[in-house]
Design a protein around this ligand. Sequence first.
Ligand code: ZN
Length: 460
Amino acid sequence: MQISFHGADRVVTGSCHLIECAGKRILVDCGLFQGSRDLDEMNAAPFGFDAAAIDVVLLTHAHLDHCGRLPLLVKRGFHGEIIATAATRELTRIVLLDAARLESEDNARRTRRNERRGLPPAEPLYSMLDAMHCLDFFGRTTEYGRELEVAPGIVATYIDAGHILGSASIVLRLTENGRTVRLTMSGDVGNIGRPLLRDPAMPPPSDVVVLESTYGDRLHKPVGSSIEEFYSAINETFARGGNVVIPAFAIERAQELLFYIHAGIALNRLAPSIPVFLDSPMAVSATELFRRHPESLEPETIAMLEKGDDPLALPGLRLVRETADSMKLNVIHGGAVIIAGSGMATGGRVVHHLRHNIGRPSTGVIIVGFAAVGTLARQIVDRAPVVRIFGEEIPVRAKVYTINGFSAHADQSELLRWQRASAARRTFLVHGEEPAMRVLAAQIGGPDVYMPQLHERFDL
Ligand code: ZN
């Protein structure tokens, strides 16, 4: 019985862990490496195992850094079963098709560059057809708390991770030659006290855990004060006569922002008719999915929906799918909230909105999420006086608001609480930068805390 690590090893992306037990090979997640050119290049490298020999993939959630290499897995010969919750299955469909579209656009750019240098055309990681083909391998769906026999000797129970819609930690009971090991895979652990989703379920007693460590060295600010900052930023910007532009991830963050605006109207902190444009086809689709999956929602949110008080509906909300409608927003110079992707403003429609708004002192740009080094969002957070957008130097005259309390990940205290609830004798830390991992490892203490290297293998 063994576990080996093939992604998210001392980095926060590319989650991919292989469990071998009772003659079966079970993969937990198969995510994309993201964030820098070096990491991007790791995606095309060999997996470190034979894709065709994998029997089952257990998917924790629909974020690209957990599901984004699944089409490649299928392209390289995987023909087993992918198991997920119903919400994850539907979200993954949206996420993978979008990823394939972006990959084909990127690949066209790489091919043009190669042509200029007299090189052969670039090969995409996978095509739209590969992504669609991959969706055919989704087999059984599972529910929180239900035991599922994955294969003889391997029983999996998904528990709510409270991170995004449908997200799960996976509790495994592995039996080989009469010996049983209880192994819990955290997936990404959510942040407690957020709206819409339930708090993460604590793991049951386990022998071994694999734990994410994104914020292993940090404590979050309380969400209540961040919501107040959010309302103030909107009201201040409107008082100056400007637009509010918010780069946001399409899944979860965009819906949370709608929820906060809805609550702000109910509390008289925001004007009832405030015009809000959700300018992202993926976010619009994801918002519809929330209403279809009450099993992932907080009881209070379900009660609101049942009363007909939809927390994601606003009187002034406009959902923008068409590019032409997105471009019409360019003529609005004040009084609108524009929520668009991508979350770090590395691409997508928000870049156009920043181009049209960031040079005006009346504008408010609200950064609500993680902004990696090198991204446009990070330059804005760091108060760059001038940013380069589509080759044009634009002075940043807008007022920038950075709000830190909306994280979708557990902080150090919550990760420690999760680890202690498991009472595990061995802990493998994944999905974190090395400094964050070291701090968390020291806090957990003891000799049996590991930080695996890529492709490292351990007996269970
Ligand atoms: Zn995630």
